[in-house]
Design a protein around this ligand. Structure first.
Ligand SMILES: NC(=O)c1ccc[n+]([C@@H]2O[C@H](COP(=O)([O-])OP(=O)(O)OC[C@H]3O[C@@H](n4cnc5c(N)ncnc54)[C@H](OP(=O)(O)O)[C@@H]3O)[C@@H](O)[C@H]2O)c1
Length: 323
């Protein structure tokens, strides 16, 4: 077999998502996890043993000092994204940072400015953008298969059984709320297909007046509307539909990580089944590797501007839901 030039990855913060991401990363031919860092050295060592990682660190600083690393995947809590993204970029390390990139547009702007200043790659890990079914849906819509999009419905919710105030989704110190963690996906879908809306309306319920636990949102466009929901107080089927003047697309559950959808229009009813590689994180990893090999500092599929505008939309929703 031909030798493939590997991109060396480091992982910062070894919680739930870091494990899932690593399981996918080992499926990508030109990617290798070379180092990991955790606040707990035991956690780092267990992780390294599982994924055959060379270096285990007990501090994030040691990870960003590691000269062998090309790119760092930031998988820590939301409120730490800005600090470790900026520190990594300043050390010349490319960054794939978990969503939301930061807690507000001003911080996203600072992260982007650091990427540009240091000429180092930065991307938000908005993995649904690289999901093969979602890419195909966008292509079909761009080619007019359902006519002009008039209405989108999408949701993401699950039931968090114990409302523990220390939970990442409820603790104000950890960047909580359903909106930034899972509501970001329905917002992304509307933004991907219809861009920035004219008006935003939202209503939410809160835990301790701080973390939104359910939120309903409407994006009002010139000629269309998008209705979105996220919440951690109920389960749901987590589907999405996109309805146009000539047909509809129904994304199967859970739509943000789907591997199938149905196209219904005047001509046909067609089921598309497009398997993901692994859980689907492989596709964003491949995109990062591709960009790094081309010396790019951003992806054209999920650009700096896209992350900034997404963050602005989240901010508009926050303002509307607090009124
Ligand atoms: N793309 C996706 O599908 C997806 C899914 C879930 C979550 N996420 C995102 O991934 C990030 C992490 O989520 P997660 O579900 O993996 O969370 P998690 O299981 O709670 O892990 C978060 C990690 O952050 C680190 N951390 C640093 N300071 C912390 C503090 N004060 N309290 C708790 N943890 C702290 C810890 O790593 P160490 O102790 O090991 O350093 C911890 O393991 C979030 O930004 C979230 O939005 C993405």
């Amino acid at each position: 077999m031909q030798n493939v030039k590997k991109i060396n990855w480091g992982i910062l913060g070894l919680g739930n998502i870091a494990h899932k991401f690593a399981e996918d990363l080992i499926l990508v031919d030109d990617a290798k996890i070379i180092s990991v860092a955790s606040s707990s050295i035991d956690r780092a060592k267990i992780f390294s043993k599982k994924f055959k990682v060379k270096n285990s660190y007990d501090s994030y600083q040691k990870l960003i000092n590691d000269k062998e690393i090309d790119v760092i995947y930031i998988a820590s809590i939301n409120t730490l994204h800005i600090e470790w993204t900026i520190k990594s970029l300043e050390k010349g390390k490319a960054v794939l940072c978990e969503k939301p990139l930061a807690m507000n547009p001003a911080d996203v702007k600072k992260m982007i400015a650091t990427s540009i200043k240091n000429n180092v790659f930065l991307m938000e890990a908005l993995w649904s953008r690289f999901n093969p079914s979602i890419s195909k849906v966008k292509e079909l819509i761009d080619n007019g298969l359902i006519g002009e999009v008039k209405y989108i419905y999408s949701e993401f919710s699950f039931l968090l059984k114990k409302m523990n105030k220390k939970h990442r989704l409820l603790d104000p110190k950890k960047g909580p709320g359903s909106l930034v963690d899972i509501g970001i996906y329905p917002i992304f879908l509307s933004y991907l297909l219809l861009g920035k809306p004219k008006d935003v309306v939202a209503k939410a319920h809160y835990f301790n007046n701080k973390a939104d636990i359910q939120i309903s949102m409407i994006f009002h466009y010139q000629n269309a509307q998008s209705v979105m929901y996220s919440g951690i107080v109920n389960n749901s089927d987590n589907g999405a539909k996109i309805c146009g003047t000539k047909g509809e697309i129904y994304l199967n559950s859970r739509w943000h990580e789907t591997d199938s959808f149905i196209l219904v229009n005047e001509m046909e009813k067609q089921i598309f089944e497009i398997p993901k590689k692994g859980r689907g994180y492989t596709h964003e990893i491949e995109e990062v590797n591709k960009c790094l090999k081309k010396n790019k500092i951003e992806s054209s599929l999920w650009s700096h501007k896209n992350s900034y505008e997404l963050s602005q939309l989240i901010n508009q929703i926050r303002i509307s839901s607090n009124q």
